[in-house]
Ligand binder design. Structure first.
Ligand SMILES: [Cu+2]
Length: 270
Protein backbone atom coordinates (compact mmCIF):
# COMPACT_ATOMS: atom_id res chain seq x y z
CA UNK A 1 0.00 0.00 0.00
CA UNK A 2 2.96 2.25 0.72
CA UNK A 3 3.80 2.19 -2.96
CA UNK A 4 0.30 3.26 -4.07
CA UNK A 5 1.09 6.92 -4.65
CA UNK A 6 4.32 6.42 -6.59
CA UNK A 7 2.45 3.97 -8.83
CA UNK A 8 -0.52 6.32 -9.06
CA UNK A 9 1.58 9.22 -10.30
CA UNK A 10 3.58 7.06 -12.69
CA UNK A 11 0.41 5.51 -14.09
CA UNK A 12 -1.07 8.66 -15.66
CA UNK A 13 1.87 9.70 -17.83
CA UNK A 14 2.00 6.09 -19.02
CA UNK A 15 -1.71 6.22 -19.91
CA UNK A 16 -1.20 9.56 -21.67
CA UNK A 17 1.62 8.26 -23.84
CA UNK A 18 -0.25 5.07 -24.75
CA UNK A 19 -3.38 7.11 -25.61
CA UNK A 20 -1.30 9.41 -27.76
CA UNK A 21 -0.14 6.51 -29.89
CA UNK A 22 -3.48 4.75 -30.26
CA UNK A 23 -5.63 7.90 -30.64
CA UNK A 24 -5.24 8.37 -34.43
CA UNK A 25 -6.26 4.77 -35.21
CA UNK A 26 -9.25 5.05 -32.82
CA UNK A 27 -10.49 8.23 -34.50
CA UNK A 28 -9.78 10.34 -31.39
CA UNK A 29 -7.42 12.69 -33.18
CA UNK A 30 -8.05 15.58 -35.56
CA UNK A 31 -11.32 15.27 -37.48
CA UNK A 32 -9.21 15.00 -40.65
CA UNK A 33 -5.76 15.89 -41.86
CA UNK A 34 -5.28 19.53 -42.84
CA UNK A 35 -6.41 20.12 -46.41
CA UNK A 36 -4.60 23.43 -46.72
CA UNK A 37 -0.89 24.30 -46.96
CA UNK A 38 -1.04 26.76 -44.07
CA UNK A 39 -3.12 24.26 -42.09
CA UNK A 40 -0.26 21.75 -42.35
CA UNK A 41 2.11 24.37 -40.88
CA UNK A 42 -0.37 25.12 -38.09
CA UNK A 43 -0.57 21.38 -37.32
CA UNK A 44 3.21 21.24 -37.13
CA UNK A 45 3.20 24.04 -34.55
CA UNK A 46 0.62 22.07 -32.61
CA UNK A 47 2.81 18.96 -32.71
CA UNK A 48 5.86 20.92 -31.59
CA UNK A 49 3.99 22.26 -28.56
CA UNK A 50 2.54 18.80 -27.88
CA UNK A 51 6.04 17.30 -27.78
CA UNK A 52 7.31 20.02 -25.41
CA UNK A 53 4.29 19.63 -23.11
CA UNK A 54 4.50 15.81 -23.19
CA UNK A 55 8.19 15.71 -22.33
CA UNK A 56 7.56 18.11 -19.44
CA UNK A 57 4.54 16.15 -18.21
CA UNK A 58 6.24 12.77 -18.35
CA UNK A 59 9.49 14.18 -16.92
CA UNK A 60 7.89 15.86 -13.91
CA UNK A 61 5.82 12.75 -13.13
CA UNK A 62 8.86 10.51 -13.28
CA UNK A 63 10.57 12.93 -10.87
CA UNK A 64 7.54 12.94 -8.58
CA UNK A 65 7.19 9.16 -8.72
CA UNK A 66 10.89 8.70 -7.97
CA UNK A 67 10.79 11.02 -4.96
CA UNK A 68 7.73 9.24 -3.54
CA UNK A 69 9.22 5.82 -4.22
CA UNK A 70 12.39 6.73 -2.35
CA UNK A 71 10.46 8.47 0.42
CA UNK A 72 7.85 5.90 1.48
CA UNK A 73 10.39 3.37 2.77
CA UNK A 74 12.56 5.92 4.51
CA UNK A 75 11.39 5.58 8.09
CA UNK A 76 14.73 6.46 9.64
CA UNK A 77 14.93 10.12 8.71
CA UNK A 78 12.62 12.79 10.02
CA UNK A 79 10.89 15.09 7.55
CA UNK A 80 12.63 18.40 7.08
CA UNK A 81 11.37 21.78 6.01
CA UNK A 82 12.92 23.54 3.08
CA UNK A 83 12.82 27.21 2.15
CA UNK A 84 13.58 26.20 -1.41
CA UNK A 85 16.66 26.41 -3.52
CA UNK A 86 17.47 29.73 -5.08
CA UNK A 87 19.44 28.33 -8.00
CA UNK A 88 16.76 25.69 -8.74
CA UNK A 89 14.08 28.36 -8.82
CA UNK A 90 16.13 30.51 -11.13
CA UNK A 91 16.55 27.50 -13.37
CA UNK A 92 12.88 26.59 -13.57
CA UNK A 93 11.90 30.18 -14.18
CA UNK A 94 14.40 30.72 -16.96
CA UNK A 95 13.79 27.38 -18.70
CA UNK A 96 10.02 27.89 -19.28
CA UNK A 97 10.61 31.53 -20.21
CA UNK A 98 13.17 30.37 -22.77
CA UNK A 99 10.81 27.72 -24.14
CA UNK A 100 7.92 30.22 -24.42
CA UNK A 101 10.22 32.72 -26.10
CA UNK A 102 11.31 30.04 -28.57
CA UNK A 103 7.70 29.12 -29.42
CA UNK A 104 6.66 32.74 -29.86
CA UNK A 105 9.54 33.41 -32.25
CA UNK A 106 9.22 30.09 -34.05
CA UNK A 107 5.53 30.63 -34.90
CA UNK A 108 6.02 34.19 -36.21
CA UNK A 109 6.36 33.06 -39.80
CA UNK A 110 3.03 31.22 -39.81
CA UNK A 111 1.30 34.11 -38.08
CA UNK A 112 2.77 36.55 -40.58
CA UNK A 113 1.62 34.49 -43.56
CA UNK A 114 -1.87 34.22 -42.13
CA UNK A 115 -2.33 37.71 -40.78
CA UNK A 116 0.00 40.31 -42.25
CA UNK A 117 -1.37 41.84 -45.40
CA UNK A 118 2.02 42.32 -47.08
CA UNK A 119 2.70 38.59 -46.66
CA UNK A 120 -0.57 37.45 -48.27
CA UNK A 121 -0.20 35.24 -51.36
CA UNK A 122 0.21 37.32 -54.52
CA UNK A 123 -2.62 35.66 -56.42
CA UNK A 124 -5.18 36.04 -53.63
CA UNK A 125 -8.71 35.95 -55.03
CA UNK A 126 -11.50 37.85 -53.25
CA UNK A 127 -14.16 35.17 -53.38
CA UNK A 128 -17.01 36.41 -51.20
CA UNK A 129 -18.28 38.38 -48.28
CA UNK A 130 -19.48 36.16 -45.44
CA UNK A 131 -21.86 37.74 -42.96
CA UNK A 132 -22.68 35.80 -39.84
CA UNK A 133 -26.02 36.33 -38.17
CA UNK A 134 -28.19 34.44 -35.71
CA UNK A 135 -28.18 31.70 -36.97
CA UNK A 136 -26.75 31.38 -40.44
CA UNK A 137 -23.96 32.39 -42.79
CA UNK A 138 -24.99 34.82 -45.50
CA UNK A 139 -22.72 34.78 -48.49
CA UNK A 140 -22.33 37.49 -51.14
CA UNK A 141 -20.35 36.69 -54.29
CA UNK A 142 -19.43 39.21 -56.95
CA UNK A 143 -20.99 38.54 -60.38
CA UNK A 144 -18.90 36.18 -62.57
CA UNK A 145 -15.84 37.98 -63.91
CA UNK A 146 -16.18 40.86 -61.46
CA UNK A 147 -14.22 41.77 -58.38
CA UNK A 148 -15.60 41.60 -54.87
CA UNK A 149 -16.53 45.12 -53.77
CA UNK A 150 -16.68 46.35 -50.17
CA UNK A 151 -20.28 47.45 -50.64
CA UNK A 152 -23.12 45.36 -52.14
CA UNK A 153 -23.52 45.68 -55.92
CA UNK A 154 -26.75 45.28 -57.91
CA UNK A 155 -25.43 42.17 -59.68
CA UNK A 156 -24.01 40.45 -56.61
CA UNK A 157 -25.07 36.87 -55.98
CA UNK A 158 -26.34 35.55 -52.66
CA UNK A 159 -26.49 32.21 -50.92
CA UNK A 160 -26.83 31.02 -47.35
CA UNK A 161 -24.63 28.47 -45.57
CA UNK A 162 -23.04 27.41 -48.85
CA UNK A 163 -19.61 28.78 -49.68
CA UNK A 164 -17.98 27.67 -52.93
CA UNK A 165 -14.31 28.36 -53.56
CA UNK A 166 -11.85 27.32 -56.26
CA UNK A 167 -9.46 24.56 -55.15
CA UNK A 168 -5.67 25.15 -54.99
CA UNK A 169 -6.26 28.87 -55.08
CA UNK A 170 -5.72 31.21 -52.12
CA UNK A 171 -9.07 32.89 -51.54
CA UNK A 172 -10.03 35.81 -49.36
CA UNK A 173 -13.34 36.32 -47.62
CA UNK A 174 -14.55 39.50 -45.96
CA UNK A 175 -15.95 38.33 -42.65
CA UNK A 176 -18.68 40.33 -40.92
CA UNK A 177 -21.36 39.90 -38.30
CA UNK A 178 -24.84 41.39 -38.29
CA UNK A 179 -25.63 40.92 -34.63
CA UNK A 180 -23.45 39.22 -32.04
CA UNK A 181 -19.99 37.69 -32.07
CA UNK A 182 -19.69 34.52 -34.15
CA UNK A 183 -16.69 32.53 -35.28
CA UNK A 184 -16.03 31.25 -38.79
CA UNK A 185 -14.53 27.79 -38.31
CA UNK A 186 -13.58 25.30 -41.01
CA UNK A 187 -11.79 22.53 -39.10
CA UNK A 188 -10.52 20.64 -42.16
CA UNK A 189 -8.80 23.80 -43.43
CA UNK A 190 -7.66 24.89 -39.95
CA UNK A 191 -9.34 28.26 -40.36
CA UNK A 192 -10.94 29.93 -37.37
CA UNK A 193 -11.73 33.59 -37.06
CA UNK A 194 -14.16 35.53 -34.91
CA UNK A 195 -16.76 37.60 -36.72
CA UNK A 196 -17.20 40.83 -34.80
CA UNK A 197 -20.11 43.25 -35.25
CA UNK A 198 -19.05 46.62 -36.64
CA UNK A 199 -15.86 45.43 -38.30
CA UNK A 200 -14.84 43.60 -41.46
CA UNK A 201 -12.12 41.02 -40.98
CA UNK A 202 -10.28 39.65 -44.01
CA UNK A 203 -9.59 35.91 -43.81
CA UNK A 204 -7.68 33.98 -46.42
CA UNK A 205 -7.28 30.24 -46.90
CA UNK A 206 -6.44 27.74 -49.59
CA UNK A 207 -8.12 24.37 -49.95
CA UNK A 208 -5.68 21.81 -51.36
CA UNK A 209 -8.29 19.11 -51.89
CA UNK A 210 -11.55 19.07 -53.77
CA UNK A 211 -14.63 18.37 -51.71
CA UNK A 212 -17.07 19.66 -49.12
CA UNK A 213 -15.91 20.70 -45.67
CA UNK A 214 -17.94 21.56 -42.58
CA UNK A 215 -18.28 25.20 -41.67
CA UNK A 216 -19.38 25.75 -38.10
CA UNK A 217 -19.76 28.62 -35.70
CA UNK A 218 -17.18 28.35 -32.94
CA UNK A 219 -18.63 31.05 -30.71
CA UNK A 220 -21.60 30.36 -28.46
CA UNK A 221 -23.82 32.96 -30.09
CA UNK A 222 -27.32 32.25 -28.81
CA UNK A 223 -29.97 29.56 -28.51
CA UNK A 224 -29.61 28.47 -32.15
CA UNK A 225 -25.80 28.35 -32.16
CA UNK A 226 -25.89 24.66 -33.04
CA UNK A 227 -27.78 25.45 -36.25
CA UNK A 228 -25.02 27.56 -37.77
CA UNK A 229 -23.78 24.73 -39.88
CA UNK A 230 -22.61 25.53 -43.37
CA UNK A 231 -20.42 23.89 -45.98
CA UNK A 232 -17.35 25.03 -47.86
CA UNK A 233 -17.06 23.42 -51.28
CA UNK A 234 -13.66 23.47 -52.92
CA UNK A 235 -13.98 22.73 -56.62
CA UNK A 236 -12.06 23.04 -59.86
CA UNK A 237 -12.03 26.54 -61.34
CA UNK A 238 -14.35 25.60 -64.19
CA UNK A 239 -16.82 24.04 -61.76
CA UNK A 240 -16.65 27.11 -59.56
CA UNK A 241 -17.36 29.42 -62.50
CA UNK A 242 -20.20 27.20 -63.58
CA UNK A 243 -21.63 27.45 -60.09
CA UNK A 244 -21.52 31.25 -60.15
CA UNK A 245 -23.15 31.30 -63.57
CA UNK A 246 -25.92 28.99 -62.37
CA UNK A 247 -26.51 31.29 -59.41
CA UNK A 248 -26.58 34.24 -61.76
CA UNK A 249 -29.12 32.54 -64.03
CA UNK A 250 -31.33 31.67 -61.07
CA UNK A 251 -31.12 35.05 -59.41
CA UNK A 252 -31.39 36.99 -62.64
CA UNK A 253 -34.55 35.09 -63.64
CA UNK A 254 -37.18 37.68 -64.46
CA UNK A 255 -40.14 35.34 -63.96
CA UNK A 256 -41.08 35.49 -67.65
CA UNK A 257 -38.43 33.80 -69.73
CA UNK A 258 -37.33 30.33 -68.77
CA UNK A 259 -34.34 30.49 -66.40
CA UNK A 260 -32.43 28.37 -68.87
CA UNK A 261 -33.00 30.97 -71.61
CA UNK A 262 -32.27 34.02 -69.53
CA UNK A 263 -29.29 32.19 -68.10
CA UNK A 264 -27.94 31.09 -71.45
CA UNK A 265 -26.45 34.38 -72.52
CA UNK A 266 -25.34 35.26 -69.01
CA UNK A 267 -23.50 31.96 -68.80
CA UNK A 268 -21.18 33.09 -71.58
CA UNK A 269 -19.53 35.65 -69.29
CA UNK A 270 -15.97 34.60 -68.73
CU1 LIG B 1 -22.75 31.87 -34.34
Amino acid sequence: MNKFWPFFFMFWPFVAVVLFFIAPSMGWWFPSEAFSPLGVQIDNLFYLILVIVSVTFVGTHIGLGYALWKGVDNKAEKGWFSHGSHSLEVLWSIAPAGILMFISLYQLDVWRTYRVKSAYPKDLYGVAEVTARQFEWRIRYPAPGKKLQPTPQPDDLYTVNDLHVPVNQPVLIRLRSMDVQHSFFVPALRVKQDAVPGTVIPVWFEASKEGGFDLTCAELCGWGHYKMRGRVFAERKTEFEKYLNTLKAEQGFDGVNKPSESGAEIAKTE
